[in-house]
Structure formats: structure tokens, C-alpha cells
Design a binder for this molecule. Structure first.
Ligand SMILES: C[S@@+](CC[C@H](N)C(=O)[O-])C[C@H]1O[C@@H](n2cnc3c(N)ncnc32)[C@H](O)[C@@H]1O
Length: 347
């Protein structure tokens, strides 16, 4: 049917569908504008220029070409990253500076463009789509490992101490001094954060990736907490220390376990009686209907990488059932953000 012969209803439908597709391309332009702004320092310069700047001033301060800066600034305005006043002075839209440039802000989402730009995410998925080939952490680049650490950081910032405070009966143990295990400790950012938050506690990290373990050991000694933090190189499936810990926690990684039941059973055995297990992870929607929110769509993006390491993100209910199945008691969960859930139970 040509356009001329389409009924008005069909024409309207076509326009609506085209609008959705254009929305995807517009999102890509916004994503690239953020990425360019981060790499060039334009976003950080705008964040520091609280009174607003002309394009000329922005280019001067960021050390960028003035004409190109004007192109970027217009795109930033279009994407609602920036505002412009009557005199043509640009400033960041409210909270955009915190959300995109302040790594320590609990709502920081500025790590996402870096991790999504790594070839391991989308490009490599296209390459292996036909073969179904998989990779594992040692096959990823150092830049990828660092980028993942950057994405995990706001999850740690929400977890320690805020979310841990919300787990019934846990906080006083940590403050008084506890023996703690972090599973899949990655590049060690959470280990240091935990050690600094609870100076009377000792913490062991365990991770299966040798490169990440090396980085985390360097970080621990650089930050001066090596007397209370140690890092073990082991798969989670093979790590168990009977009745040793008051708390075991894991950040954005339990869904990756090769044998999740074995890992949870190891946790139960490694906890002292009454010890706590806290899982901090992405709450993947249970129903197809819930996949269409912006947050869930970002999670479907993360699934491209998870698929290549042969797993998928999991719904909160799956974690809850796992803990119940392994005999944990007082099992509960709460959401911290639309992409961050906490599930907890006691041995
Ligand atoms: C997504 S990264 C998260 C790292 C860190 N928790 C963070 O939030 O930055 C996942 C980490 O889990 C580790 N990992 C995944 N499955 C594992 C397993 N079965 N045994 C040991 N380590 C594992 C990987 O080596 C990697 O360092």
C-alpha cells in the first residue's frame, strides 16, 4: 500500500511508530553528547561554571575549538543536559553536574557511557551472535575492567553504609568490629570503602579474575588499609571457610556465578550462626510488560555483555527464593533505585 492509499488511521500509526524509532536515534545523540562532554572536559567545565558561560568562554576554559564547542553546546541543550539564558550563556541543567561528573554522588550515572562504549558490550556481541562464542573476565581489556569498576562505584556508595544500615541487626556488629567477606570484589573499590566506613572490622575480598585481584591489592595498600583488608584469588564456587564471617556481601555479581546454588551454599557455611548475607544487584524485571521503562531498557543493554559471559541478570524474587531454599531466615529485600536492589538474609 502506498502512502496515498493508506487510511488516516494507518498513516497516524506509521507516524507514531516512526516517532518511537526517531526517539531511539535521539537517545543515541544524547548518549554521544554525554560521552564527548566527558572525554573533552566540556561537562566538567560547565559544571564548574555555575554562573553560566558563553560558548567562547566555555571553549577557552575547556581548551576546545570554539565552533565545535558551539555544536556540542547546542546538542547538550537539545538533550536537556544544559540550559541557556537570554544572553546566550550556558549552564548545566539542575543536578546534571552531580549525576554525570561527581563520581561520589550516590546517584552518579556517568560511568555508563564509558562501560557501554567498550567493544566488549555491543560490538563483540554482534561479532559472536552467529557463533554463540563466549568470553570470560580474563578475555576482557584492562579498560573494560576499570570501566566496570566505575559502574559499580555508585552501587557501593548506596550500599555502604546507607543500605547496610537498613538490614535489621547488622549495623551494630559492623561498628563494634566484624569479620566480613566480599564476594567478587573486583578492583577493590568496595573493600576500601568498607574498611574506611567500619574501622573496627576486618574484610576479605575474593575474586576469580587475577588482573582484578592485582589491582585491588595495589589499591588496598595505596589507601593504607592493608592491615584490615586481604584479597584472595579464587572462584566463588571453590571458596568456603566454615563459621568465619559475620557478614558476606556481593555487589552486582551474584548473577554471574557459574553455579549459583553452590556459591550460596558456600556463603551459608562460611557465615557464623546468625551472620548476614547481603546481595546488591540489578533487579531485572520479571515480566515482559515491565521491560519498557528507561531503567529496564538500560538493564537489557547490560544483558548483551552478561550473555557473552553466559549468564543473565536476575529478578529480585529469584535471589529471595535462592536464600529461602538454602535455609536463610529473615529474608527480605528493598529497592534503592530502579536499577539497584538489596536482598538480605541470616544464616
Ligand atoms: C561486574 S564485576 C563487579 C566487581 C565489583 N563487585 C564491583 O562492583 O565493581 C564482576 C566480578 O565478579 C567476578 N566473578 C564473577 N563470577 C565469578 C566466579 N564464579 N568466581 C569468582 N569471581 C567471579 C569477576 O571476576 C568480576 O571481578
Amino acid at each position: 500500500m502506498t502512502n496515498a492509499t493508506q487510511t488516516p488511521d494507518v498513516q497516524q500509526e506509521v507516524q507514531q511508530q516512526a516517532g518511537k524509532l526517531i526517539g531511539h536515534f535521539a537517545g543515541y545523540v544524547g548518549f554521544k553528547t554525554i560521552e564527548i562532554g566527558q572525554k573533552s572536559g566540556l561537562l566538567a567545565t560547565l559544571a564548574a561554571s555555575t554562573d553560566g558561560v558563553t560558548v567562547e568562554e566555555l571553549a577557552q576554559r575547556a581548551g576546545t575549538d570554539e565552533f565545535y564547542t558551539s555544536v556540542w553546546a547546542r546538542a547538550a541543550y537539545a538533550a536537556e543536559l544544559a540550559e541557556i539564558d537570554g544572553e546566550g550563556r550556558y549552564s548545566l541543567a539542575p543536578h546534571v553536574g552531580s549525576l554525570l561528573t561527581d563520581e561520589d554522588h550516590p546517584g552518579y550515572v556517568g560511568g555508563i557511557p564509558t562501560v557501554f562504549s567498550q567493544p566488549e558490550f555491543f560490538d563483540n556481541f554482534s561479532n559472536v551472535l552467529k557463533t554463540g562464542d563466549h568470553l570470560w573476565w580474563e578475555d576482557t581489556s584492562p579498560a573494560f575492567i576499570q570501566a566496570v569498576g566505575g559502574t559499580g562505584w555508585p552501587f557501593y556508595n548506596r550500599l555502604i553504609p546507607g543500605a547496610l544500615d537498613r538490614v535489621p541487626g547488622l549495623v551494630s556488629t559492623l561498628v563494634e568490629g566484624a569479620s566480613v567477606l566480599e564476594l567478587a570484589s573486583g578492583v577493590g573499590r568496595g573493600l576500601v570503602k568498607f574498611a574506611e566506613a567500619y574501622p573496627n572490622s576486618v574484610i576479605t575480598g575474593v575474586d576469580g579474575d587475577e588482573h582484578s585481584v592485582g589491582i585491588s591489592r595495589q589499591r588496598v595498600s595505596r589507601q593504607g588499609v592493608a592491615d584490615r583488608v586481604s584479597v584472595v584469588h579464587s572462584t566463588l564456587e571453590d571458596f568456603v571457610e566454615r563459621d568465619a564471617y559475620d557478614l558476606v556481601f556481593i555487589n552486582i555479581s551474584l548473577h554471574e556465578a557459574r553455579d549459583i546454588d553452590r556459591v550460596v551454599e558456600n556463603v551459608r557455611r562460611s557465615l557464623k550462626p546468625g551472620g548476614h548475607f547481603v546481595i546488591s544487584d540489578f533487579p531485572f524485571p520479571e515480566k515482559h510488560d515491565d521491560l519498557r521503562s528507561p531503567a529496564a531498557r538500560v538493564l537489557t543493554g547490560i544483558q548483551y555483555f552478561e550473555a557473552q559471559i553466559d549468564d543473565q541478570l536476575l529478578p529480585t524474587a529469584t535471589f529471595v527464593n535462592l536464600l529461602v531454599r538454602h535455609g536463610f531466615r529473615s529474608v527480605g529485600s528493598f529497592d534503592l533505585t530502579p536499577v539497584h536492589a538489596v536482598i538480605h538474609g541470616q544464616a
